[in-house]
Design a protein around this ligand. Structure first.
Ligand code: NVA
Length: 307
């Protein structure tokens, strides 16, 4: 049966850990011809730099092809029903990667596609980012289980996937959000279930300094996600006091690393210059999108042959 990656919940702990180790291996090994003859379609409703290029280059480095379709070209659900797009595209390609506004759109694509569908960011989750994040933490810290990740900012798609991914592999997850921007309860409870099973804990607070205390990783994301532009001003107001700066990093562990999925907005969620702080690993994190996705594509398109 075909496998999809719509949510971090589509993986169990063993699978997530195996993917990270596979990504490390593939990063070391370099190009191969594992996916020769395979084609990935990239179906995007929103802009992208890292996701688009890293998926295209992942296919290229593994000997396969990719086809990018911009929002205007496809008109998902407007020019044609989402289910039909899935049924047609899957006659031509071996997997579909989709970036959508509504999570329901990527879910419908997966329901009607006989080939694997990968969520390349929806309003609910960003699982590919979280896999690259785990890979980066594993590389920088030499382990995952037992570490503490503090997320400061909006309880959004990136935070949802990160909560699940961290808890799945035994990483403690602390999150500081302003009132009204916290993680949705169902998601938080799922994270807590994973944490209980995996031996870690989840903490929520409205105080960023409380969240970052004892953190091995401090993480933030934009305050205004794609599609929320009209709320920009209201959000800048609500998130004042949540900007990650050097003082906030100083309050975490001495060897803390700073992460951000990018694009960043200096002056909003991060202080100007923070990307260049010696504790920042954001560009390694961006590179790791490529390697984590190579491992993911190998798992979905050539299971058992990854080497
Ligand atoms: N939360 C952001 C992540 C961008 C990579 C967004 O959805 O726009």
């Amino acid at each position: 049966m075909k496998k999809d990656l719509l949510s971090i919940s589509d993986l169990d702990r063993k699978e997530a850990e195996a993917l990270i180790e596979q990504a490390l291996h593939m990063k070391r090994e370099g190009p191969s011809s594992l996916l020769a003859g395979k084609t990935l379609a990239l179906l995007f409703e929103k802009p992208s730099l890292r996701t688009k290029v890293s998926f295209q280059m992942a296919m290229h480095r593994l000997g396969g092809h990719s086809i990018y379709m911009s929002p205007e070209e496809v008109g998902l659900g407007k020019r044609e029903p989402v289910a039909d797009v899935a049924r047609e595209l899957s006659r031509y390609v071996d997997a579909i990667t989709a970036r959508t506004f509504a999570h329901e759109t990527v879910r419908i694509l997966a329901e009607h596609s006989p080939v694997p569908v990968i969520n390349a960011l929806s309003d609910l989750e960003h699982p590919c980012q979280s896999l690259a994040d785990l890979l980066t933490i594993r590389e920088k810290k030499g382990k995952l289980s037992g570490l503490t990740l503090a997320y400061v900012g909006d309880g959004n798609n990136v935070a949802n996937s990160l909560l699940l991914a961290a808890c799945l592999v035994g990483v403690n997850f602390s999150i500081a959000t302003p009132q009204g921007y916290q993680l949705e309860e169902g998601m938080l409870n799922r994270g807590k279930e994973y944490a209980a099973a995996g031996g870690s804990r989840v903490r929520t607070t409205t105080d960023p300094y409380e969240a970052v205390k004892d953190a091995d990783v401090v993480y933030t994301d934009v305050w205004t996600s794609m599609g929320q532009e009209k709320e920009g001003q209201k959000r800048r107001h609500a998130f004042s006091g949540f900007q990650v700066d050097t003082r906030m990093l100083d309050a975490a562990k001495k060897d803390v690393i700073f992460m951000h999925p990018l694009p960043a907005h200096p002056g909003e969620e991060i202080a100007p210059g923070l990307l260049d702080d010696p504790r920042s690993v954001v560009f390694d994190e961006a590179e790791n999108r490529l390697h984590a996705q190579k491992a993911l594509l190998a798992r979905l398109l050539a299971p058992g042959k990854e080497g």
